[in-house]
Design a protein around this ligand. Structure first.
Ligand code: URP
Ligand code: ZN
Ligand code: ZN
Ligand code: ZN
Length: 507
């Protein structure tokens, strides 16, 4: 499907029809294996007005109900991508997918909701929220926001209150890298973590030591290494491990849950593993690219190819992705994101003579569901039920929107995919729906094809065709105090009673 310019895929709109006139709002998916994170069964799924009404074997269709045959296929919750950057200004550029093109791509790949990172505008969170709401007017699927914290003061604390209590945001990201732009200090992290805990919002970290990264970059330049390979050489995995360990210890000190985004290395996952082993509530999020790719392509002599693979933390040498896959299958890591931050080749070319200014980010919002199926399920590393857990259910639970999202259950939103395990799909920039002109998975043939995507009860992807509508996406409010916060007060009380009474000494 080629996307010409802006008006891409809305077949209904292009015929000048009302969106809803082409869709029956009653749908019966028959004969498939319905997979949830904790149960799978042969069953039919009946949907009305965007909500799942029944999940049971042998449902009969009546007049006015559209029937989809899913015999031999898996019927699962649509994917939730917990980490995307649509229309994000970053490193002097803006990611080339806006809310419409990025979400259309997501739907074509079986993702029916994403949580995007809103950035403050000049440090102002409220302005950042408004700016992201404006971008999201183009939406064609459901979405929520995380908010980044780029400095600390009373206004930031007040805006966090407002965003959590009134605007449905329940997570905040702290960048420990990108010195001079988004990076925050340990002092700011401690204050921010305390505020998150008070509000029941999940603190998230981009864990790399930004001061050391700067030193590493200077070293590369001094050595005359200015090409894309200098990127990963300048920020080795030990710097990711250090920052991950530091964030984990600060979270323990504050007694708050912690969510580590884009875990890319053995060093970071070892820190997470140790913390979880000791009972600490740490969530680790690998991304599709980190699970499936290594850094080898960043040595490609063709700059255009090498630059595509530049992201932070960087793709790592062979060995790391296998460890991340193992950690995902054993439960050390909990859910898979994409960190979709697409920059096209002209944007990447700005760093042709200096890797430090190549805009960081890779594509993935359209590919994640297929990559995880192929890499993890086809290889036998996880089961279809685990697949549902790591692609949707765990995310819905962490961000407190389960079982509205992340489940095929009566009462849940009708966001559903039908995956044919015997069909294949080929990934290419020539056929994908994102606006990016390259694809880090170019030419990959994946076994397992998401043949149908249902979003809000409408069939939006079928027979290789999208049928999506600008403005149809809904902002999903996410309440604070997810399960991750249950019992923290008891741990606080234990800490307090463990302190010895102050000693009174004679003057
Ligand atoms: O390279 C990346 N990851 N770009 C997006 C910004 C971020 O750090 O998540
Ligand atoms: Zn990041
Ligand atoms: Zn990111
Ligand atoms: Zn439309």
């Amino acid at each position: 499907c080629s996307l010409g310019g802006d008006e891409l895929i809305c077949t209904v709109e292009s015929q000048g029809l009302e969106c809803s006139s082409q869709q029956t709002n009653k749908l019966l998916i028959q004969g498939g294996i319905v997979v949830n994170a904790d149960f799978q069964q042969q069953a039919d799924v009946y949907i009305e007005h965007g909500i799942i009404k029944l999940v049971a074997p042998n449902l009969k269709a009546v007049d006015g109900v559209r029937v989809i045959d899913a015999t031999g296929k898996f019927v699962m919750p649509g994917g939730i991508d917990p980490h995307t950057h649509l229309a994000m200004p970053f490193m002097g550029q803006e990611t080339c997918d806006d809310y419409f093109s990025g979400q259309a791509a997501a739907l074509a790949g079986g993702t029916t909701m994403h949580i995007d990172f809103a950035l403050p505008v000049d440090g102002n969170l409220a302005a950042g929220y408004q700016a992201w709401m404006k971008k999201a007017e183009e939406s064609c699927m459901d979405y929520g926001f995380h908010m980044a914290i780029s400095k600390w003061n009373d206004d930031v604390a007040k805006d966090m209150d407002w965003l959590v209590k009134e605007k449905g945001i329940n997570s905040f990201k702290f960048f420990m890298a990108y010195k001079g732009s988004l990076m925050v200090s340990d002092e700011e992290i401690i204050q921010g973590f305390k505020k998150c805990k008070e509000l029941g919002a999940v603190p998230q970290v981009h864990a790399e030591n930004g001061d050391a990264v700067e030193e590493g970059q200077n070293r590369m330049i001094q050595l005359g290494i200015t090409g894309p390979e200098g990127h990963s050489l300048s920020r080795p995995s030990m710097l990711e491990g250090e920052a991950t360990g530091r964030a984990i210890r600060l979270a323990k000190f504050v007694n708050t849950p912690l969510y580590v985004v884009h875990v890319m290395s053995i060093d970071a996952l070892d820190e997470i593993s140790r913390a979880r082993h000791s009972g600490q509530r740490v969530i680790g999020e690998p991304v599709a690219s980190g699970l499936a790719l290594d850094d080898s392509k960043t040595w490609d002599p063709d700059f255009k190819i090498a630059a595509q693979y530049i992201m932070s933390p960087p793709l790592r040498p062979a060995g790391h992705k296998e460890a991340l896959q193992a950690a995902l299958s054993s439960g050390i890591l909990q859910l898979v994101a994409t960190d979709h931050a697409p920059f096209n080749s002209t944007q990447k070319a700005l760093g042709k003579h200096d890797f430090r200014v190549i805009p960081n980010g890779v594509n993935g919002i359209e590919e994640r569901m297929h990559i995880v199926w192929d890499t993890m399920v086809n290889s036998g590393k996880i089961s279809p039920m685990d697949y549902v857990r790591v692609t949707s259910a765990a995310c819905a639970k962490i961000f407190n929107i389960y079982p509205r999202k992340g489940a095929v259950l009566p009462g849940s939103d009708a966001d559903i995919i039908i995956l044919n395990p015997n069909a294949t799909t080929t990934i290419s920039a020539k056929t994908h729906h994102s606006r990016i002109d390259t694809n880090v998975y170019e030419g990959w043939i994946m076994k397992g094809n998401i043949e149908v995507t249902v979003s809000q009860g409408n069939v939006v992807w079928e027979k290789g065709t999208l049928n999506v509508h600008r403005g149809k996406g809904r902002y999903v409010y996410m309440k604070p105090f997810s399960y991750l916060f249950d019992g923290l007060d008891k741990l606080d009380a234990t800490y307090l009673t463990s302190l010895r009474a102050p000693v009174h000494r004679a003057a």
